[in-house]
Design a protein around this ligand. Structure first.
Ligand SMILES: [Zn+2]
Length: 414
């Protein structure tokens, strides 16, 4: 069930050049497309139910090493899903044509006509420009700075198109469809190759002055620590993201530290230290099978993330913090020490009733948030989070006969 404010309905009337709002609402209610509801809070509203199958939305999660694409219906149910490997290190000149080609292949393989695709939402790692068209000095993707990604995709597809930071998209996904449902102040923290967060305040993405809010991975926790890609030392990301956890495990550093603190003379048999091409998924699996070095490195990362989250709790006082990303797949091994430190290092008043939750949407969180952004902008589900969207977007889409004439089963009206 969607709620379109009066202004959006008025736009639809103007674009379709049919009749005034009262007239169109009567016609559409009579025809079964829209169901008029009682006013809420003095603002006239029309409850609208679309046939979920009247259109499709493309949600894309561009990762540094993967691409996850979903096609949803208008109820944001995932109809098709595909993940392929991707490598942003090859630069935008190579990657953008591949991205466009992968999207085309995915849509064609899904047997979906481009005509029914309402729009494309895309999450990408790194801070974006204020107009949400290009990456702005992305620390992990230096060659992508200031490249107009929006323009490339717009030229290729000519669809309603929204791009945002991947953590912001993940925050929207988990906030509307996952672990953060029902919360209006929430942080989504993605811990993978990098560490980033999307902040939702009063139900909307908080962007800050220039749009870069949420760069949790670059909070300093050791000013003499390892050099970070951002140029500073000892950022959280240099100590608790996937790469450093793998290195820690292979060198047995956190395990040695833990054993020394316990005065334990355990003789450890290395499991992953001699293996090549170990990644975070290997460490997580080894930890779940009881490997002491993998457990110790994940616990140490959890403590460090918990310390930074205590600061987030003190400053922002969220109702929920949703933890996601490849490192978060370790589950309780990471979350237990993370929660212990977050609880003890934050102020009791700020910590009280804060929920720290694993993400529920897995690899589709970002793509789903991206698809949500398109629907939100097109149909005004919420006061959407994308500043560039025009209020006429819904009108132009709804003005097509296709979307104005969905078959609406009566039993779906509620
Ligand atoms: Zn940094």
């Amino acid at each position: 069930m969607w709620i379109i404010p009066f202004v959006a309905l008025y736009e639809i009337c103007m674009r379709t050049k049919t009749m005034g709002p009262a007239g169109i609402s009567q016609r559409l209610v009579r025809e079964g497309h829209f169901l008029e509801a009682t006013s809420r809070g003095g603002r006239r509203a029309i409850l609208v139910h679309f046939n979920a199958d009247a259109g499709r939305v493309l949600g894309i999660d561009v990762g540094r090493t993967h691409l996850t694409m979903i096609l949803t219906n208008l109820a944001l149910e995932i109809m098709e899903q595909r993940s392929v490997s991707f490598d942003t290190d090859r630069g935008p000149e190579v990657c953008l044509p591949i991205l466009i080609s992968e999207i085309r292949t995915f849509v064609e393989a899904s047997m979906v006509s481009w005509e029914v695709i309402v729009g494309i939402g895309l999450g990408i790692p790194g801070p974006l420009s204020v107009d949400l068209r290009r990456l702005s000095s992305p620390p992990h993707m230096p060659g992508w700075d200031n490249i107009d990604i929006w323009e490339s995709l717009h030229v290729a597809f000519n669809k309603l198109l929204y791009i945002d930071n991947d953590a912001n998209m993940g925050a929207l996904g988990e906030n509307h469809y996952g672990a953060g449902r029902g919360t209006s102040d929430m942080a989504y923290v993605k811990i993978g190759t990098g560490i980033g967060s999307g902040l939702i305040m009063n139900g909307r993405i908080y962007r800050g002055h220039r749009g870069s809010a949420g760069e949790l991975g670059h909070l300093t926790i050791d000013e003499n620590g390892p050099l970070c890609v951002c140029g500073n030392r000892g950022c959280l990301e240099t100590l608790a993201s996937a790469g450093p956890i793998v290195a820690d495990t292979q060198q047995g550093l956190s395990l040695a530290r833990k054993l020394a603190s316990e005065d334990n003379s355990l003789v450890y048999t290395p499991v992953l230290s001699s293996r090549a091409n170990v990644d975070i998924a290997d460490v997580v699996v080894a930890a779940q099978h009881g490997d002491a070095a993998s457990i110790a490195s994940l616990e140490r990362a959890g403590e460090r993330i918990g310390l930074v989250l205590a600061g987030l709790v003190n400053l922002f006082n969220p109702e929920a913090i949703v933890i996601d990303g490849s490192v978060a797949r370790a589950g309780e091994i990471l979350l237990a020490p993370l929660m212990r430190v977050a609880a003890s290092a934050s102020l009791p008043a700020a910590w009280k009733d804060t929920k720290i939750l694993p993400g529920e949407l897995g690899v589709t969180a970002i793509a789903l948030g991206a698809a949500f952004t398109v629907l939100d902008a097109a149909f005004g589900v919420h006061a959407h989070s994308v500043p560039a969207a025009s209020p006429g977007a819904a009108a132009s889409i709804l003005a097509s006969e296709h979307f104005l004439n969905p078959a609406l089963p009566k039993d779906e009206i509620s």
